[in-house]
Design a protein around this ligand. Structure first.
Ligand SMILES: [Cu+2]
Length: 199
C-alpha cells in the first residue's frame, strides 16, 4: 500500500469516527452500575435487583420494552417473568431466590429514541439461613397491581441441555468403543464364514 492511499484511508476512518461520535442517534442508555454488583455474593431471600443507566429509559408499559429477567447461570433456566419498574434512570425488580448458586441477570432497556439495548450481569447467591421459597424468581407485579406471568411472555432465557464438555467426551469415547467392538465382531464373523466357505 503506498503512502497516499494509507493517509487517505486513515483520514477517512478519523472523519467517520468524529461524525458518528457526536451523533445523538447513538446516545443510547448505558449501564452505569448495578445492585447486586457484578460477581458479588448476596444472601438468599427477596433480593432487589437495580440497574442504574446513563439516562431515563422510555416507559413502554410494565413488562414491555424494559425487562429484567433472572436465570440460572449454568443451565439458562429462567426464574419468573421478565419485567422492570422504572424510577428515574433505574430499572428494578425484586427476585425471590433460595437455591445457592450463580445467577444471570439479563436486561433490555428502551432508549428515548425507541432503540432497545440489552446485556447481562452475573451474581452469586449463598443461603446460610436455610431460607426457602415456594415461587423462586422475579416478582412481576406493577405498582397498579398488574401481574406479568412468565407463560404469557416470550422467554428471555431458555434452559440448555445439561451435557457438559466432559460428558460429551465420555459419550464420544463410548461410541468409539462400542463401534470398535461391533466392527471387530463383524470382521471375525466374516473371516469365520470365509474360512468355512473355502475349507
Ligand atoms: Cu437509537
Amino acid at each position: 500500500m503506498n503512502k497516499t492511499v494509507k493517509i487517505g484511508l486513515i483520514s477517512s476512518v478519523v472523519a467517520l469516527f468524529s461524525l458518528t461520535a457526536g451523533s445523538p442517534a447513538l446516545a443510547h442508555d448505558e449501564l452505569i452500575s448495578t445492585s447486586p454488583s457484578a460477581d458479588s455474593t448476596v444472601q438468599a431471600g427477596v433480593i432487589p435487583i437495580t440497574l442504574h443507566f446513563s439516562e431515563a429509559p422510555m416507559d413502554l408499559g410494565f413488562g414491555k420494552g424494559n425487562l429484567i429477567a433472572v436465570a440460572d447461570a449454568e443451565t439458562g433456566e429462567q426464574f419468573g417473568a421478565a419485567c422492570a419498574h422504572i424510577s428515574g434512570s433505574d430499572l428494578s425488580v425484586p427476585v425471590d431466590l433460595a437455591k445457592p448458586g450463580r445467577y444471570k441477570v439479563i436486561y433490555r432497556v428502551a432508549s428515548d429514541d425507541g432503540h432497545i439495548a440489552s446485556g447481562d450481569i452475573y451474581f452469586n447467591v449463598e443461603n446460610t439461613t436455610n431460607y426457602q421459597t415456594e415461587n423462586p424468581g422475579t416478582v412481576c407485579v406493577s405498582d397498579d397491581g398488574i401481574v406479568v406471568r412468565q407463560i404469557d411472555q416470550e422467554p428471555v432465557s431458555t434452559k440448555q441441555s445439561r451435557i457438559s464438555a466432559l460428558e460429551g467426551l465420555f459419550i464420544g469415547i463410548g461410541f468409539i468403543i462400542v463401534g470398535s467392538i461391533v466392527s471387530a465382531v463383524l470382521i471375525r464373523r466374516r473371516q469365520n464364514s470365509g474360512t468355512k466357505q473355502y475349507d
